[in-house]
Design a protein around this ligand. Structure first.
Ligand code: SF4
Length: 334
């Protein structure tokens, strides 16, 4: 990955280190990143500082979670020659810009944000959590990223980053890019209990499951409650199994949906067909994952190289930031 080639725009995206990923992460983010890596400079960041906002006490799990997540990123097809994969805390410039941005935003602006109000009810009320969106803005602007791929529900966070870049440019000098939303169609992936698939809810299908484990989860999936037995007509749109068929079964609309509606297709057969297709679809990723698990040193090297590339870019931007603020004290006069 060299930035001397014809000019491409830059994308920044990230994930908290939650360990091995599930198919919701795969279909919601990774597949999109893999598609984008040929069109943009990609900076893909494991945001370990952000993870501290929810749990700062038990950090013993972070190292393995970072490793497992990176393995899934690579197994899904991210190419370290095309994108910088790195850990947020290994590029200290994120923290520097975060501090500067924190001067440019008022406390009421942050306390009004819906995510803050929502999580505050759950007991998250630290200074770090309040500043979470400011750090997120710094994560983006420290690379002068042009675009951030997010779903509709995340748009506000990117607007805040654009506001902070604009405010900086107005107060000091125009050196920061105002990032834009790259609106991404995120398929709805529901877990076995019909709620959004999530590791914390325990309703997920990890990428690294075996075929048998996957089949077991699918067997236990929620279905349309009105379809009790084969012969009963069902409504596929109300069934999370069908949502997965739409991704993994080419005949979802032509065979699964009509079969469900007419009652001809029973839920057990429908689930087994999904398990087969899902396992077949995940097979290449699982094979690559199994190989990467044997090579942890390679995976850590990918992260080190990615951090070096990211640092170089972030340092360039921060030099401009310090200069704009007249705080580049040892900068030679041009
Ligand atoms: S037949 Fe399939 S799509 Fe229809 S309710 Fe049963 S599991 Fe869901």
């Amino acid at each position: 990955m060299t930035e001397t080639a014809p000019k491409k725009e830059t994308i920044l995206s990230g994930m908290q280190p939650t360990g091995a990923l599930h198919i919701g992460n795969l279909e919601g983010a990774l597949r999109n990143w893999v598609r984008l890596q040929d069109q943009y400079w990609m900076y893909l960041c494991i945001v370990d500082w952000h993870a501290l906002t929810a749990d700062y006490e038990d950090t013993s799990v972070l190292k393995d979670r970072v490793l497992q997540m990176t393995i899934d990123w690579l197994a899904a097809g991210l190419d370290p020659d095309k994108c910088a994969l790195f850990i947020q805390s290994e590029v200290k410039e994120h923290a520097e810009l975060h501090l500067i941005f924190s001067m440019l935003i008022s406390i009421p602006t942050l306390t009004r944000l819906p995510t803050y109000l929502e999580k505050k009810k759950e007991g998250l009320d630290s200074y770090g959590f309040l500043g979470y969106p400011v750090l997120q803005a710094a994560d983006i602007c420290v690379y002068n990223a042009h675009k951030v791929p997010v779903g509709k529900d995340q748009e506000k966070h990117i607007w805040l980053a654009a506001d902070l870049a604009r405010r900086f440019n107005t107060v000091y000098k125009k050196v920061l890019v105002e990032p834009q939303v790259l609106l991404t169609e995120i398929p709805l992936i529901l877990g076995s209990d019909n709620r959004k698939m999530s590791k914390s809810l325990g309703n997920h299908i990890p990428i690294d499951f075996t075929d048998k484990q996957t089949e077991k989860v699918i067997r236990g999936y929620f279905t349309d409650p009105k379809k009790v037995r084969k012969g009963d007509p069902g409504t596929p749109e109300k069934c999370p199994v069908y949502l997965l068929h739409r991704i993994y079964t080419p005949e979802a609309e032509t065979e699964i949906a009509p079969g469900c509606r007419s009652g001809e297709l029973g839920c057990v057969d429908c689930k087994m067909r999904l398990a087969g297709n899902l396992n077949a679809g995940l097979e290449p990723i699982r094979q690559r994952r199994a190989e990467l698990v044997k090579r942890p040193d390679y995976v850590w090297d990918v992260l080190a190289t990615g951090a070096a590339r990211a640092r170089q870019r972030a340092q360039n931007v921060m030099e401009k930031v310090r200069s704009a603020m007249k705080m580049a004290y040892r900068e030679k006069k041009k």
